[in-house]
Design a protein around this ligand. Structure first.
Ligand SMILES: Cc1cc2nc3c(=O)[nH]c(=O)nc-3n(C[C@H](O)[C@H](O)[C@H](O)COP(=O)(O)O)c2cc1C
Length: 185
C-alpha cells in the first residue's frame, strides 16, 4: 500500500498530521505534499514544526515541483488523501487547474481511476463549494469532511481527530482501532 498525502491551508491540519503518524506506525508508505498555507497552518494551529510532519512521511515533495514522481500517472500508487482540503484546492481539483503539486497529483489520481479522498473543510458551504464537491463526487472522488460524531462519546480532541482519520483509512480497507465501531460498545 502506497498513499499520497496532501496537506493544504485549511484549519484542521492536525488531521493530516495524525494520518501520517498512524500510517507510519502501520508501515504504510506515504508520499507527502504540503501547500505553502498548509505549512503555515501547521505553525499557527499546532505545537508541531513542519519538519516533524515531513519526518513522518516516507518521502516529501515541494508543492511547486511538477517534476516530482507523484506528478505522473506512471508512478505506481494506490490512492491519495488530502487532509485537510481547502476550498481553493477543492476548486483547483474540480476544474483541472493543476498549478500546485497537490492539485496535479489529485488530478492524476482521478485520471488513473485511483481512489481520491478529500477531507474538505469550510463552514458554511457556498453553492460554489457544493457544486465543486458534487462534480468530483460524480467522478467517484470521496468527499469526506471531518464531521464529528457524538454517539461514541468522544472525550478529547484526539478522540475526534482519530475518528476522522479512521473513516479515511476505512475507505482504503486499512485495519485500525482508531474509533469504536457501532455495535462494539
Ligand atoms: C489559519 C487559517 C485557517 C484557514 N482555514 C480555512 C478553511 O477551513 N477552509 C478553507 O477553504 N480555507 C481556509 N483558509 C484559507 C486558505 O489557507 C487559503 O484559501 C489558501 O489560499 C489555500 O491554499 P492551498 O489550498 O494551496 O493551501 C485558512 C487560512 C488560515 C490562515
Amino acid at each position: 500500500m502506497k498513499l499520497i498525502i496532501g496537506i493544504t491551508g485549511s484549519t484542521g491540519v492536525i488531521y493530516g498530521i495524525r494520518m501520517l503518524e498512524v500510517l507510519k506506525k502501520l508501515n504504510i508508505e506515504t508520499h507527502l505534499v504540503m501547500s505553502e498555507w498548509g505549512e503555515k497552518c501547521i505553525t499557527m494551529e499546532t505545537e508541531h514544526a513542519p519538519d516533524y510532519v515531513k519526518s513522518l512521511a516516507t518521502s516529501v515533495s515541494d508543492e511547486k515541483n511538477m517534476a516530482a514522481s507523484v506528478s505522473s500517472g506512471t508512478h505506481r500508487i494506490n490512492g491519495m488523501i488530502v487532509a485537510p482540503c481547502s476550498m481553493k484546492t477543492l476548486s483547483a481539483i474540480a476544474n483541472g487547474y493543476d498549478d500546485t503539486l497537490v492539485a496535479r497529483a489529485a488530478g492524476v489520481t482521478i485520471k488513473e481511476s485511483r481512489k481520491l479522498i478529500l477531507m474538505v473543510r469550510e463552514t458554511p458551504l457556498s453553492a460554489i463549494h457544493l457544486e465543486n464537491m458534487l462534480k468530483l463526487s460524480r467522478l467517484n472522488v470521496i468527499i469526506l469532511p471531518p464531521v464529528t460524531e457524538f454517539y461514541t462519546k468522544p472525550k478529547t480532541i484526539e478522540d475526534i481527530v482519530n475518528h476522522g482519520v479512521g473513516k479515511c483509512l476505512d475507505q482504503f480497507d486499512i485495519d485500525h482501532d482508531l474509533y469504536p465501531r457501532w455495535g462494539s460498545f
